[in-house]
Write a protein that binds this ligand. Sequence first.
Ligand code: C2E
Ligand code: MG
Ligand code: MG
Length: 772
Amino acid sequence: MKKLKRKLSSSRLIIIAAVLLAAYLVSILAVTNVGQTRLKESQQRELNLKVQSYTSMLEYFFNVTNDELTNLSSDKSMLTYFANLASGMSMQYGLGASLFNLNRELNRLIYNTEINQQSVYQRLVLVGYDGTVIADTAKNQGTRFDRVNMPHIREQSLTIRVVKEDDKYPYIQLVKRVGFAGKPVAFLVADLNREVIVSQLTAQEHVDSRSRMDLITADGDIFIWDSLTTEPQSDEKNELANNIFFEMEIENTPFKLRSWFEPVNEKDIFTSGWFIAGLSFLAVPVVFGLFYTFMINNANVILRTKFEESHKQRRILSTQNQLLIEEVEKRKASEQELAYQASHDALTGLPNRNCGNDRLEQELVRAKRSNTNVLVMFIDLDNFKQINDTLGHSAGDQVLMQSTARLLDSIRDTDVLARLGGDEFLLVIPELNNLDSATYLAARVLSLFDDPFIWKNQELFISTSIGMSVYPQDGNNVQQLLASADTAMYRAKQDGRNAFSFYNAAMSADLQRTLDLDGRLRQALARDELEIYYQPIIELASNQIIGAEALMRWHDTEFGFISPDEFIPLAEKNGLIHLLGEFAINKACMQAAEWQKIRPLHIAINFSSVQFRHCDKLFEQINAGLMQSGLPAHKLDIEITESLLFNHNDEVVSLLNKLQAMGMQLSIDDFGTGYSALSYLQKFPFDKLKIDRAFLQNMHESDSDRELVNAIIAMAKALNLKVVAEGIEDQWHADYLRSMHCEYGQGYFYSKPVPAKEFEALLHQYKEDWCR
Ligand code: C2E
Ligand code: MG
Ligand code: MG
């Protein structure tokens, strides 16, 4: 159906309709033409019949007149007259009376013979054979009749002729011979009334007939009728040429009837004209309809084109609009994205520093209004840099994301958590009730990091340091509060990490000191103001110095003695640790190598886990230290802390293995202060375990501490590790540890860390005090 519809498109329909209309008009023309031809033929036939009827009528007329004249010529009055004449009767007697009768008969014929109330005869004359007029209906016409004019009228039959007289219109004259007693005695001459002939021949004609008729004889033509020619006589021939022409003889007369009729033609055949006009008129609505259809179609086409155009344009517009909308949305989205990116941290999705600051600002405004306190918590992940450096950024990212998740899990909706950058988070707790709840909250945040983080099936141990400030006492605005919290956080770090700290005014001074120390440490290193002190490590069983721990010392001219507990973390932060480490290695190795002559002691050097971020460099430093000093590798003890082990990478393991393979001994320092994970002890190739001095401090009075020390020693034994007890400060410590089969000891009881010279003195002297 659709196909058909498409095939019969409106334009096609119009073409078909136009062809049909043309065919219709052609057929109309053909039919009209045929009709006209037929009409012409029938006109011809009809005219032929008409002319024939005219001639027949005229024949009949002449026959009748002949009969009448014959009758008259043999009429009783006629015979009587000639009988009387023949008998020689005089006029006065019987001839006159018979002539009178004859005249009366003649007149009667004239008056009685009418056609259409017209007299057939105009004049009746009885002319004697000798030419004398016997009787004449026309009065005063003379007494003689010209016989010469009638030489041929000898027969009995009627002679019909045309008489032309000079000043008269030609007329038809009938001449009938009158005989008596077998001899011609007279002629009966009848002048016909021309009008009768004319009316006979024009019975069917009228003004609009458009015809012309003449009666033709050898003597001349008699004009009958003309409603055809309009032009002067000279053009008559031409004018008549295109008309239907008949020439018919009228039997028994000398006449021929010539007639012309205007033929029916396109112009004049009214019927066909009207017919065409009618048909054309009928065609008009068709044409108009077609035109209208065409216009409509055109309009439709235009409309459709316009519609399609507008549809197309609409489509284009809508596409453009769509594109625009998409573009706008894209832009909006990208603006939002940008705004989001500008305000949020891509990794954790948390508000970034700026946004966090803004949120804090808002909370401060609210707090100001509601007169409440706001807790600002600065949370810094411990050892994060180490994870990043040793395990790569993906591990660091994982830790940050998991830390975020844990933090978000534990806070209220009204609290604000933001990432300030790196491993620093800002937690804003509005409407803080009191410091106790702050403490509680901080402890809870710390506990969130108790469980290790998992990365590639590896457990990563992370702790946090939290610094806190409270609005309004620690600061009136965002900057102050953040700076205070930061300072407090720094303190928490210094306090050994995995801790929290509230800001107090003194901290600011501490911070200033840290900043100052940072600069001065660089100077000290450059000016070679750092020293290595040595603390003896005693074999508890023999009370002999079997080794020394190299401990760095810094006496600042301005700040005086600065503990390694203060400057080592500082150096770890500012990167100086690598140089400090190198310095310690070189110095201690050199010294130890020297002391080998006195005693084959071990030198224990502390290594920060930060130094292991560049294992290759570290290995080179150690190797160079040994090479330059000539100290045998097996005399070098590498002290590392648990923090290195928590979040290690393969490089660290392989370096440790490499060092051990070279003969160095590995010690786990400060054991018990960190996570003290047994798995690490098994995993790493340690030789020694150093119990942190904190365990020894309360050992006298604390059973649990003692138990802990016992357990550590037992565990170390089980793992085939030698134990070094740090912080032996008195005899009791020494005795107890010895009794527990702790191999080595170190502490003030034996000696504080001392300069090389003093240590050397120690090597030479035998200390009675050390043994009981
Ligand atoms: P550590 O490795 O555990 O060193 C032992 C610390 O305990 C030393 O503190 C030492 O003076 C102290 N000590 C030893 N016996 C006793 C005692 O009986 N009582 C008390 N109260 N303390 C005792 P120091 O020298 O202040 O060093 C602190 C920490 O600084 C060291 O702890 C070590 O971790 C670090 N350190 C020192 N020098 C260096 C160094 O050259 N490189 C690195 N990376 N760290 C170092
Ligand atoms: Mg140590
Ligand atoms: Mg230690």
